[in-house]
Design a protein around this ligand. Structure first.
Ligand code: C5P
Length: 221
């Protein structure tokens, strides 16, 4: 058993995708299932951490011992994350946050009138970028799901968002990505070091990631 090497630590994990309302019945969403984030939350609780899971809509039960806040939109996720940020030691942002939301949310169901329909989108706040700006002692870990130029984009995000680690996955590979139980990831560290993991269950990826984080914590305290 992986001992209790996160005992006494507070860890905030975000999971699943956000939903951005178009009208009372429709939304813009994405294919994130929440499996990776929930696996991380369960594994961190197993190691004795106090876990705050902030989740978009997902068909998954809260892992035992995890305190869960359910949100829908990026704005709600941002508020929930910022409310906890100052009190945590570690943040892992496994959520797939919508980059854009409809500029206006129709208060009635949109009727099918014209042959085309245009919905104007505006940019959502980048929550992790904001955390990178505010960070003091916290360890910040992001995820980068890409369909091409994985390492280029992942390294860019690591730097731009001021992260300690980013978990990069090419979601086009069979055995990786959304809504399945396995993942194939590369962990990129702040100093540029890269660790390539084979196809593993999301539980195994979670344990390895938490090992890396524990190592960083023992170095920094
Ligand atoms: O969407 P992007 O590829 O930039 O996501 C990289 C990381 O940033 C992920 O960890 C994601 O949870 C986070 N993110 C965020 N707020 C956004 C977009 C992404 O916190 N609006």
């Amino acid at each position: 058993q992986n001992c209790q090497n996160l005992r006494g630590r507070r860890i905030l994990i975000t999971a699943a995708g956000t939903r951005e309302a178009i009208d009372p019945v429709r939304y813009i969403g994405n294919r994130s299932s929440g499996k990776m984030g929930y696996a991380l939350a369960g594994a961190a609780a197993g190691r004795g951490a106090e876990v705050i899971l902030i989740s978009g809509p997902a068909n998954l039960p809260a892992p035992p011992g995890v305190s869960i806040t359910r949100v829908e939109t990026a704005a709600q996720m941002q508020a929930a994350v910022l409310a906890e940020f100052d009190t945590v030691d570690i943040v892992i942002k496994a959520a797939a946050v919508a980059d854009y939301r409809p500029e206006l949310v129709a208060d009635q169901k949109i009727k099918k009138t014209g042959n085309t329909l245009t919905i104007n989108l505006v940019k959502n706040p980048d929550i992790l970028f904001e955390l990178g700006q505010r960070k003091k002692q916290q360890i910040l870990v992001g995820f980068a799901a890409e369909t091409k130029d994985l390492m280029i984009h992942a390294r860019e995000k690591l730097t731009k968002k001021n992260l300690d680690m980013i978990v990069a996955n090419d979601i086009t590979l069979p055995g990786a990505g959304f809504n399945i139980d396995t993942n194939i990831v590369k962990i990129i560290h702040k100093d540029g070091a890269v660790e390539e993991l084979p196809q593993l269950s999301k539980q195994q990826v979670a344990e390895i990631l938490l090992d890396k984080i524990s190592t960083l914590l023992t170095k920094s305290t």
